[in-house]
Ligand binder design. Structure first.
Ligand code: SUD
Ligand code: ADP
Length: 288
């Protein structure tokens, strides 16, 4: 038996850090939404008691470090499953980009294996299991649009933002999430106005959404990686309605209403940035 599952990327419309916690993590408040840039996961039931990963991408591990492996392992252990699975990941989301690709693969495996192994778990239960794998996994289990607090696992559902184009560009640099959080100076940051962003989403006010995009981690990533700042400036120059870095970066995205401007931004960036994508905002929860 075989099952195909879609694993969409997320972007941060806001990302705020409230304080540093005792467990060495930072307390977050962020608005996240899904976009139509997705990995495709194929799950094939095996009679042998093994988890096999076909990652098909040299930057993605094929062993127990893969978050999709960890999702299958959690379910096998918790529910004493003796069957195995072959997980094939067609990677379309850029890796280590601030788009939660690995977390989304894990979430897609939780949703898919719930069906394949007939576990009948509720989405909330899958999200709870996902939180053991990574803090962005619970959001990815639901998809859609949400306010995320804690390390990202405390979720409040929000409506989908008005539909628009999202142009993404990932410069060819690696940015360590740990480095970004450790360099963050909480006295220096300008906090985004999360409440105004949420109001703007409820009012379906595209302009206010663009005006209130904000990510405190930009203060670090833009300082150490000027190419990220340059992409932001180029996107604005080419006519983006709103521009922001997602997560800890280095991907930068532009929100844009008009298709002609989407093409202008896409073509303008394609010349000097290898990984550029133009997709639609999704924002709706994933189907069960
Ligand atoms: C920035 C965000 C926003 O969604 O996403 P991405 O850029 O990965 O998409 C996340 O907070 C990425 O969280 P997560 O995926 O858990 O980060 P990890 O790689 O586990 O964290 C590496 C290190 O960063 C620091 N860290 C991480 C998360 C957090 N809320 N506070 C922290 O201080 C910790 O020191 C941790 O050991
Ligand atoms: N299924 C997966 N897809 C991508 N990366 C994965 C996966 N499983 C584990 N990883 C590891 O997680 C790291 C972070 O990947 P990713 O989830 O793409 O980025 P981010 O945390 O920036 O959103 C990668 O460098 C990779 O080694």
């Amino acid at each position: 038996m075989e099952l195909h599952v879609k694993a969409p990327a997320k972007i941060n419309l806001t990302l705020d850090v409230l304080f540093k916690r005792e467990d060495d993590y930072h307390e977050l408040e962020m608005v996240m939404t899904t976009i139509d840039l997705a990995d495709r996961i194929r799950l094939k039931m095996l009679d042998d008691d093994v988890i096999r990963i076909n990652a098909l991408n040299r930057y993605v591990p094929s062993d127990e470090r893969n978050l999709a492996y960890q999702a299958a392992h959690q379910l096998k252990t918790l529910f004493s499953i003796k069957k195995g699975v072959e997980i094939t990941i067609e990677k379309n989301i850029p890796v280590a980009a601030g788009l939660a690709g690995g977390s989304s693969d894990a979430a897609a495996c939780l949703r898919g294996l719930n069906k394949l192994w007939g576990l009948n778990l509720k989405t909330e239960e899958l999200a709870e299991i996902g939180a053991r794998i990574g803090s962005d996994v619970p959001f990815c289990v639901y998809g859609g649009t949400a306010l995320a607090k804690g390390r990202g696992e405390v979720l409040t559902r929000l409506p989908a933002p008005p539909s628009c184009w999202v142009v993404l560009a990932k410069p060819s640099i690696g940015v360590s999430t740990s480095f970004v959080y450790h360099q963050l100076d909480l006295r220096e940051i300008r906090h985004p106005d999360t409440k105004t962003m949420i109001d703007a989403i409820y009012r379906q006010d595209f302009r206010a959404i663009c005006e209130n995009l904000g990510n405190v981690l930009e203060s670090v990533t833009l300082k150490y990686y000027p190419e990220v700042k340059q992409i932001k400036e180029d996107m604005k120059r080419f006519g983006a309605d709103g521009v922001l870095m997602s997560g800890s970066g280095p991907t930068v995205y532009a929100l844009v209403r008009h298709e002609s401007r989407m093409h202008r931004i896409y073509n303008g960036l394609k010349g000097f940035c290898k990984q550029v994508y133009a997709v639609r905002m999704l924002g709706q929860p994933l189907e069960e």
